[in-house]
Ligand binder design. Sequence first.
Ligand code: NDP
Ligand code: MG
Length: 393
Amino acid sequence: MTRRRVSVFGATGSIGQNTLDLIGRDPEAYEVVVLTGGANIACLAEDARRLGAALAVTAYEERLPELRAALAGSGVEAAAGQGALEEAADRPADWVMSAIVGAAGLVPGLRALHHGGTLALANKESLVCAGPLLMAEARRHGATVLPVDSEHSAVFQALVGERMEAVEQVVITGSGGGLRDWPLEHLASASPEQAGTHPNWDMGQRITIDSATMFNKAMELIETKEFFGLPPEKIATVIHPQSLVHALVQFNDGALMAHLGAPDMRHAIGYALHWPERRHLPVERLDLARVACLDFHAPDPARYPALALATRVMEEGGLTGAAFNAAKEAALDLFLDRALPFTGMAPLVETVLDRMAADGRLEADTLDLDMVLHTDRAARAIACELARADVRT
Ligand code: NDP
Ligand code: MG
């Protein structure tokens, strides 16, 4: 049997580790080509050794000596830096997991499409900042992009055998995050530690805080538009505190198809790994009698201003998504540095979009990578400048 060549970008993160858990259960089936990480050199080296990867790459150039030392005698090649990360994506693989966090995942993902294989896309930022570009590149190279975000995997599964014309609405669910039940007037005082705790999902720190603001859901609404090619009016979100229904698709005959599953990312990762087949996965089975009830309610726009920003991004298009994603990442960095309150993130992102839109800097009929990267840098710079000015006043 020929082994399937797999690469995992962001292997040391939450999605990456869940991916390696599945791959590591069937080592005979996979040839691990590339594993990448960032600061967690020990984890990267250990996994690369254990799985016999051909190449291990850290995003940080200055960590190369440490990675080399950790891999000494293993036969695994070591590399470091942004350029090495991008070149690693040129190594042919049949299945590539894109699970770097943030816009840093865009270029490796784009380059991986050149082999015409399968890109399992956890890095939703790629679709938010450059959805039309990424999907066009996939078509150009005959590559397949599969969703890994649990909601989008759920929609994808509900759509098997269906015609898109029959879809009236896609509803993605959100837990409402760790601060869902806090009084509104207390939100301004939330610390990164408080916002970084999720009631149901065990995820990386950044996406967990994005869940508390619902910036994560805002990104996922945009991701839905880009991935499934749906207009904004057909995409909705609903708060579902139990996180057991991941998404629903409303069809034109009145049928509402829901996808349920335990909150375990190995389901969506495994579905993308084995697609178009379903295979046994080591995830918990839901006992509906024990679950007993499923709650749903509309999100409060005052608590979650990020959702209105998502509608704006979907309607304005062009480079608005690139600016939105970068401003959101900058706002999150400022919040983590305690230079911006929890409730300051959405207004900051909105002001960045206002500024850039007023100058006509977000208009574009077609996207190219240079435009996206330029917009990304400009939006981050404006966000930091606005935050500094605000701190001084
Ligand atoms: P983590 O923070 O847990 O992991 C991020 C990974 O990216 C790590 O391998 C990290 O390395 C690496 N990394 C960090 N910064 C850089 C950089 N500048 N350049 C290259 N690599 C970098 O994130 P998650 O696994 O939670 O999320 C990964 C992606 O998947 C995100 O886009 C997220 O939105 C998406 N996603 C995550 C879900 C989840 O359940 N976690 C669910 C759905 C989507 P190191 O840790 O070694 O520094
Ligand atoms: Mg999700």
